[in-house]
Design a protein around this ligand. Structure first.
Ligand SMILES: Nc1ncnc2c1ncn2[C@@H]1O[C@H](COP(=O)(O)OP(=O)(O)OP(=O)(O)O)[C@@H](O)[C@H]1O
Length: 458
């Protein structure tokens, strides 16, 4: 099924109705663009994070983990440039009072890439082309103001400027400020990387497209430290590694494109950047950013803190500030991409279509569901459930016909349905039905855990 036929309405409805994603604070009428992850959503999210940790940390000899605090000394954001420069160009429509990003107004109007443009250049272009407000169609905007995306709050009991702190807008800075701690205590030699998963907050002007752009989200970030001069090689390495990881999770080549930033588009400190874009039902959108950030971050923190963040290479006796390659990925964006990719409406015959979520088994919220053929078999089937749930997230369903129960599991991506029937009592076997092929086979109950473990390997 092509991604354009998988409408957002269908995806959002499935996520809501089956307990993946609910609108946040729903009983109070919601809070715009917040989402809560239900029983299946939290399982899928955890599986995504585990798949990342497995390949980026557990099986990677270069990388180690970190969990740094969301609240950081505000000097961090002076050094990183977020206090001065982490802002979007904001315009208000004077007619209908809606807010817009000037860059998006232009890009959505005629596709012009405004990377590197000044506010004045954007303003002039909007006037010259008489770009209308996407909401009311009139052309009557305020001037552009820079709007800082960091959420500000106060630490402690007094609300004065001395106590102002920020919710982190990215997890990366927690890694940079711990560079020396980690290098010393892990005794890692450059090249090495530090991987972290955690919440980030951005007061986005135009959130939307379901969970694609939100104000509270999770990032999976790797900061990979390497010797200056080897950085472009490592950039290529991680770019390929990230792409292959997505393919290994069943993202199809035709729905992914790697867009290299042109010179004008690059951040002033970056030598190379690639946006991984995925074909969402609403069009191509950034999924993952991979950037060569040079020695910018460590140099900035070194200058601002007065602490040296140089690395001493014991084999060559050289001292240098490492260069950094950063692949930065949003958990929710990947969640959305994976659900879109997996969503399928399979035509069985003229009258029958089934919705099936063809998630990679390692990502599926439930690995198996145990189905007693009759409620009379609940006791014995319950034992199979206990046996399986010791190793895997397992569901249990004894309501309705077997056919209906299969379809319910197809829709939430459960790779294996395990039916306990009257013969099972005598032969000690169950029928395993495969989600994708719908093929069935008999498997001995005492081999069933090994059978599933083998099939879901990642
Ligand atoms: N508001 C958000 N909601 C959900 N995920 C986000 C958001 N902002 C960033 N991300 C995720 O974090 C990754 C790295 O963040 P980065 O700062 O590179 O994004 P960005 O270039 O600002 O994204 P965009 O251009 O879409 O705002 C993004 O590729 C995305 O997966």
């Amino acid at each position: 099924m092509e991604n354009s036929k998988k409408t957002m309405d269908k995806i959002v409805a499935l996520c809501k109705n089956r307990g993946f994603v609910y609108p946040g604070s729903e009983i109070y009428g919601g809070l715009a663009n917040t989402w809560d992850y239900g029983p299946l959503g939290v399982a899928l999210k955890n599986n995504i994070k585990n798949a990342w940790l497995k390949k980026f940390v557990q099986q990677n000899k270069y990388n180690v983990g970190l969990d740094s605090a969301i609240l950081m000394n505000p000097q961090t954001w002076v050094a990183s440039g977020h206090l001065g420069g982490f802002s979007d160009p904001l315009m208000d429509c004077k007619e209908c009072k809606t807010r817009h990003r000037a860059d998006n107004l232009i890009e959505d109007f005629d596709g012009t890439n405004v990377a590197g443009w000044t506010n004045e250049e954007m303003m002039n272009y909007i006037k010259e082309k008489e770009i209308p407000c996407p909401n009311c169609g009139k052309h009557n905007f305020t001037d552009i103001r820079q709007f800082n995306l960091m959420f500000k709050t106060f630490q402690g009991v007094t609300e004065d400027s001395k106590n102002e702190i920020y919710l982190r807008p990215e997890t990366a800075q927690g890694i940079f400020v711990n560079f020396s701690n980690i290098q010393r205590t892990s005794r890692k030699k450059v090249p090495f990387g530090v991987a972290q998963i955690g919440k980030s907050f951005r007061n986005e002007i135009t959130p939307g497209n379901f969970i694609f752009r939100v104000r509270e989200f999770e990032q999976m970030e790797l900061e990979f430290f390497c010797k200056p001069g080897t950085d472009l090689e490592w950039f290529e390495y991680w770019r390929g590694f990230c792409r292959d990881w997505l393919y290994s999770l069943n993202i199809k080549e035709e729905n992914l494109r790697l867009r290299d930033h042109a010179k004008e588009e690059l951040c002033f400190y970056s030598k190379a950047t690639t946006d991984f874009e995925y074909l969402f039902p609403f069009g191509w959108g950034e999924l993952w950013g991979v950037a060569d950030r040079t020695d910018y971050d460590l140099t900035q923190h070194s200058k601002t803190s007065g602490k040296t963040l140089e690395y001493f290479d014991p084999t060559t006796n050289e001292k240098y500030i490492p260069y950094v390659i950063e692949p930065s990925l949003g958990v929710e964006r990947l969640f959305l991409a994976l659900v879109v990719e997996a969503y399928d409406e399979e035509v069985i015959d003229e009258k029958d279509t089934r919705v099936v979520l063809r998630l990679h088994p390692t990502l599926a919220p439930y690995k198996a569901c145990v189905l007693p053929l009759s409620k009379k078999l609940n006791e014995q089937a319950g034992k199979v459930y206990e046996q399986l749930s010791a190793d895997f997230m397992t569901d249990y369903d004894d309501a309705g016909s077997i056919g209906k129960r299969y379809r319910r599991q197809d829709e939430i991506g459960t790779p294996f349905c395990i039916t306990y029937d009257f013969e099972s009592v005598d032969d000690g076997c169950v029928t395993v039905r495969d989600r994708d092929t719908m093929q069935q086979e008999r498997v001995a109950i005492d081999k069933i855990n090994d059978y599933i473990a083998e099939k879901i390997k990642f």
